[in-house]
Design a protein around this ligand. Structure first.
Ligand code: ADP
Length: 502
């Protein structure tokens, strides 16, 4: 069995650091690559060796597969971990890595290829009787047929890019009159984003939950699942809050989804870490969406509830070892929540915000994990994903994880850039989230920027409490009023606002 001694991480930021940390625990040397925009990044300093790969744009740096392989050869690297994004789901890069005699820490190029296209992936898993959203089995090109099919499926329908990812190339069509227009948009977005205009049609599930299952396979045919992650709080079909376990799944449905996910993995001879995504309707019927053949952004919540280091397993699997545990060894312990702290303005349609982290103070303490790749004073480059950090909390149950998250959000001090932190606090306090009765429409149904103005902030709370105390001790208010919450309400309008969204 090959033993990996040196890994190059073909990525940047938080995920590069996260992978390097596990590598170091395993006494494996690390090599960072970085673009000119990331010269001062923590992942560059953390690595044992670091190589500048080019100018800031991804296609001149992090996407230069051949150059990355050359660097590996020059530095005596044994294996490449691609992280997520960039080259992680690029089958031809994966093949080149293997052909160069290196280890790709991930699945085979064949698995990536099969699952990289939504339609091909549906065909691949068909023999396993996996529940699918009703839809066209193949790409639609002819409009008349497409409309006929949509009528058969029943509006609303979703037009989806077969090569899609990151929520792009997806259009909801509410009624037949809108079909042509939305089809044009979906096709043109698919061509621009993926260079492939193939689209298909699916029934649009109107109150959908996004629930996914983490799987791990090894090169000896063993596949296990590590339970689910609930990722329904999304903007632009992209996740902002994730948690494990889901608060709505019964043990029976969890078991059935887990079995299905393992079958999906087996259908493409999967090894490494992967995620099988499902959409779940109001009756808790679930349907296969797609498989992501890489480590996901939200993998830490699974690590916290299972105690498994997914990157460690990936490395061991890539070395040819068997998965270090059996399905029956796994149990869910406690509850974990992750929020994506992005340089985005929730008051401005979550548009990316640019600037410098004038203040950047991480939360700490019991049950808090921060995976990030920035430090105070750094500028968020416009060339890449706007995620600054992942804030993850863990508690013995969901209530405790939420309480820790609210405390940690209050402790997270960021200035100079607008972030998703206030929005995530809004989510943590919202009745729908607290009850577990929410779906991917959360933002549409409950959120408006004005509600963020009413969010209490801890400084204001402290000030209000001090003021109330002062009024009481100086007897400026009567004893009767001390027990009347209206006294505090009058000192500041923060609490009144807070009551409005509870
Ligand atoms: P991508 O690969 O672009 O992320 P997915 O197929 O994984 O696309 O879907 C992303 C999100 O879009 C899902 O999490 C869900 O919110 C929504 N979605 C996808 N398919 C459907 C559907 N058939 N009905 C309702 N919502 C859907």
């Amino acid at each position: 069995m090959p033993s990996i001694k040196k890994i190059l991480i073909a990525n940047r930021g938080e995920i590069a650091l996260r992978i390097m940390r596990t590598a170091r625990e395993l006494n494996i040397q690390t090599v960072a690559i970085f673009s000119e925009a990331d010269r001062n990044s923590p992942h560059v300093r953390f690595a044992d060796e670091a190589v500048c790969i080019g100018p800031p744009p991804s296609h001149e740096s992090y996407l230069l597969g051949d150059k990355i392989i050359e660097i590996c050869k020059d530095l005596g690297v044994d294996a490449i971990h691609p992280g997520y994004g960039f080259l992680s789901e690029n089958a031809s890069f994966c093949k080149k890595v293997i052909d160069a005699g290196l280890i790709f820490i991930g699945p085979s190029p064949e698995s990536i290829e099969l699952m990289g296209d939504k339609l091909t992936s549906k065909h691949t898993v068909a023999k396993y009787n996996i529940p699918m959203v009703p839809g066209t089995p193949d790409a639609v090109t002819d409009r008349a047929t497409a409309k006929e099919k949509s009528l058969e499926i029943g509006y609303p329908v979703l037009i989806k890019a077969s090569a899609g990812g990151g929520g792009k190339g997806m259009r909801v069509v509410e009624k037949e009159e809108d079909f042509d227009d939305q089809m044009d948009r979906a096709v043109s977005e698919a061509i621009t984003s993926f260079g492939n205009g193939a689209v298909f049609i699916e029934k649009y599930i109107t109150a959908p939950k996004h629930i996914e299952i983490q799987v791990l396979g090894d090169q000896h045919g063993n596949v296990v699942h590590l339970f689910e992650r609930e990722c329904s709080i999304q903007r632009r079909h992209q996740k902002v809050v994730e948690e494990a376990p889901s608060s709505v799944l019964t043990p029976e449905i969890r078991e059935a989804m887990g079995r299905c996910a393992v079958d999906v993995a087996k259908a493409c001879n999967y090894y490494g870490a992967g995620t099988v995504e499902f959409i779940v309707d109001e009756k808790l019927d679930f349907y296969f969406l797609e498989m992501n053949t890489r480590l996901q952004v939200e993998h830490p919540v699974t690590e916290l509830i299972t105690g498994i280091d997914l990157v460690k397993e990936m490395i061991r699997i890539a070395e040819g070892e068997c998965i270090s545990f059996k399905q029956e060894d796994l149990q869910i312990h406690g509850h974990a929540i992750e929020i994506r702290v992005c340089a985005e303005d929730p008051k401005n349609n979550f548009l990316p915000d640019i600037g410098t982290l004038n203040t950047y103070v991480r939360p700490e303490g019991n049950g808090v994990r921060v995976d990030d790749g920035f430090e105070q004073g750094m500028t968020i480059p416009i060339f890449y994903d706007p995620m600054i950090a992942k804030l993850i909390t863990y508690g013995k149950n969901r209530e405790e994880a939420i309480a820790k998250m609210i405390r940690a959000i209050d402790e997270f001090k960021i200035s100079g850039i607008e972030t998703t932190l206030p929005f995530c606090k809004f989510v943590m306090k919202h009745e729908a989230f607290l009850s577990g009765n929410f779906d991917t429409r959360f933002i549409n149904l409950y959120f408006s920027p004005a509600l963020l103005d009413g969010l209490p902030n801890p400084e204001e709370e402290k000030l209000a409490a001090a003021l109330a105390n002062y009024l009481i001790t100086t007897k400026k208010v009567s004893v009767q009023a001390q027990t009347n919450s209206q006294t505090v309400l009058k000192t500041s309008n923060w609490q009144a606002n807070r009551l409005s969204y509870r």
